[in-house]
Design a protein around this ligand. Sequence first.
Ligand SMILES: NC(=O)c1ccc[n+]([C@@H]2O[C@H](COP(=O)([O-])OP(=O)(O)OC[C@H]3O[C@@H](n4cnc5c(N)ncnc54)[C@H](OP(=O)(O)O)[C@@H]3O)[C@@H](O)[C@H]2O)c1
Length: 377
Amino acid sequence: MTVATTAQDPGPGNDEPPAPPEPLRVGVLGAARIAELAIVKPARATGTRLVAIAARDRARAAAYAAEHGVEQALASYADVIAAPDVEAVYNPLPNALHGRWNLAAIDAGKHVLSEKPFAANAEEAAEVAAAAQGSGVVVVEGFHYLYHPVTRRLHELLASGDLGELVHVETILEIQDPGPRDPRWSLDLAGGATMDLGCYSLHAQRVLAPWGGGEPELVAARAGERAGAPGVDEWLEARLRFPSGATGVARCHMAGDHRQMTCRVIGTRGEALVPNFVEPHLDDRLIIRTPGGERVEHHGTRSSYTFQLAAFSRAVREGASLPMNVDDAVANMRLIDACYVAAGLQPRPRMQKASVPPARPRTPPPTNCSAGIRRPS
Ligand SMILES: NC(=O)c1ccc[n+]([C@@H]2O[C@H](COP(=O)([O-])OP(=O)(O)OC[C@H]3O[C@@H](n4cnc5c(N)ncnc54)[C@H](OP(=O)(O)O)[C@@H]3O)[C@@H](O)[C@H]2O)c1
């Protein structure tokens, strides 16, 4: 049976909220591949303004701005953060640069929507979380899937008891090899399958804590190293156990046979499968199997990134609550680090200051304008 649900894609709380009174003004760090899907299109859909972008190459930033409707291209990431017009910073830089630039943005009093994972490792994540706490700015790790109705409905099936008690969860994130030159194969840039994909497969297990008696703990992990990239995981499999006794398996593979991003939850009364929980704009199904039969629900192809940006804007503008806070980001990084150690690898190193792309402002700042703003050096 196929069921068309309420799929005008309600936002969190099941209602499409009114647009924020004043569009949020966002600055973008880097002309990243993911930016078009994760911020450009959502900005268009939500009426958010993209007021500035910078790339290491200014001409490329200008071309990106012209193509995607960003209002101005600036000379450096630091310029974007310092721009008075920028209220919030979207950080889609390579993983090793997340923590550093998230910190710089918080220090400048800017709200932050950071790409996942939050930082290179748990230690750095804790530093960012500590800076965020009490800063008065909203700091969010971009687990966009959480905001989509398909994930909310999955959780509702557990909360309502429709699936019974939680027994087992399987999350699989797999993509085909993105090519040898991809920054995600660089240890220095905090690459690896677990950083890129496993962060989702682990997170989607952790958010089931309310139905597993608490957060799952790691039982064991194994990984395969990328040939020619010592320390970088091509794949990783983690086995987890919830306090209730429910079990979990989280797998990720960055050079797999095909693309797969599934979450399967088995309960004592039935099971639910989200065939693509990370990209529900491509496949919005939720398949529910009980002894009574199988039914398929559709939860809408409005992108999870759009839901995320709408929620982020409401948090900034109206103080609306978000499903996750910075402590969650630290907890996820701790689990990632623990997986690496259990699999015989090391947590990702923090980037050495000397390797960080220059954060020079275009012109030397007036002596009184950098007060209170700690720039990465
Ligand atoms: N939310 C999602 O679904 C999703 C999907 C894919 C990726 N991501 C995350 O988003 C981030 C970006 O991913 P992406 O695939 O879009 O990355 P990408 O295009 O390969 O790189 C992002 C940007 O990093 C900048 N950069 C700065 N220093 C660099 C260095 N030393 N080497 C290479 N690039 C450098 C480049 O900026 P310039 O433009 O300044 O040169 C580039 O535009 C990653 O953290 C990834 O985990 C999220």
